[in-house]
Design a protein around this ligand. Structure first.
Ligand code: SAM
Length: 282
């Protein structure tokens, strides 16, 4: 996996970690660098409180703008990871939730957590890709996706996923966004390399409208979603990880990358952040 992917994949599990600390099998050494890096990334992010900026409070704030749900509702959580936000949702909405992620290990953890919270009868994780969703046309009442749509791009995701929503159905997405029209070159270049589709809030709202949604609400995730919920728990985890993988160049690069991101956020947080976009299909 490239540094770019390491930089942009922010997996999140809250307290929903693996049963036991995962170990890389010796056979990992024979795997491709892509698989090897991904195992490391999974292990690293399964050992911290959150794998991306956000919080249960912010998930619930976004949910407060959605008013069409009943016991019959069908909800999708796309790019669900291990399901931190899905379990918060499940505790506060009626209906059935199908959650999709590309990576089987996350879905395994997801379904184990759904059972742990006794949601297994109405919350199911399945392996799949967000560019080939297994839903019928106009099947869904709500599409949820926190910090994941960047994998196919904001505009493409909004356009392609729309057909699965009923008219009047909602979409709620968190996405990296610029807060200002201009910003220092260092942070501009960092994001242009990591995710060139990052844009200003008004431009993202316009894109949502152009894709056929009424923009219902847009709000910036507070700084604590990054500092308290995302970065702070990583500090101890990084030391533990570096001790375990002492001398492993890839592991060292992964941690350097995370630390660099954290420093950039601290330096440039007035210029960018995550934003929730909530829209209603017209
Ligand atoms: C930054 S994580 C966010 C996870 C979760 N939504 C959260 O907020 O905790 C992005 C997720 O997208 C998943 N992902 C990447 N490409 C995907 C694809 N093509 N289809 C489905 N999921 C994908 C990753 O496996 C990862 O779990």
């Amino acid at each position: 996996m490239s540094n770019e992917n390491i930089k942009t994949i922010e997996l999140r599990s809250n307290d929903l970690t693996l049963d036991e600390p995962s170990e890389l099998a010796p056979s990992s050494l024979n795997r491709s660098i892509h698989e090897f890096d991904f195992n490391l990334i999974c292990e690293y992010f399964s050992n911290v409180e959150r794998q991306g900026p956000g919080s249960p409070e912010i998930t619930l704030k976004a949910l407060s703008f959605i008013n069409n749900l009943t016991d019959e509702s069908r909800i999708a959580d796309i790019g669900c990871g291990t399901g931190g936000q899905t379990m918060t949702l499940a505790g506060h909405v009626p209906g059935q939730i199908v959650a999709i992620d590309l990576f089987p290990e996350f879905i395994r953890i997801f379904n184990r957590n759904a059972e742990r919270f006794n949601f297994q009868d109405r919350v199911k994780g399945i392996v799949g890709s967000m560019d080939n969703l297994p839903f019928q046309k106009e099947e869904l009442d709500l599409i949820w996706s926190e910090g994941a749509i960047y994998n196919i791009g904001f505009q493409r995701g909004l356009n392609e996923w729309r057909e699965f929503l009923k008219t009047g159905g909602y979409i709620a997405i968190s996405e990296a966004s610029w807060f200002t029209g201009e910003r220092p070159a260092e942070i501009n270049d960092f994001w242009m390399d990591a995710y060139p589709e990052i844009d200003t809030i008004p431009n993202k709202v316009a894109q949502m409208q152009e894709a056929g949604y009424i923009p219902v609400s847009t709000f910036i995730l507070p700084e604590t979603c990054w500092t308290e919920h995302f970065y702070a728990p990583q500090i101890a985890a990084q030391e533990k990880f570096l001790t375990k993988y002492a001398g492993n160049k890839t592991a060292g690069e992964l941690i350097s990358n995370q630390r660099h991101e954290m420093q950039l956020y601290d330096k440039y947080k007035s210029f960018y952040g995550y934003v929730f976009y909530i829209g209603k299909k017209i």
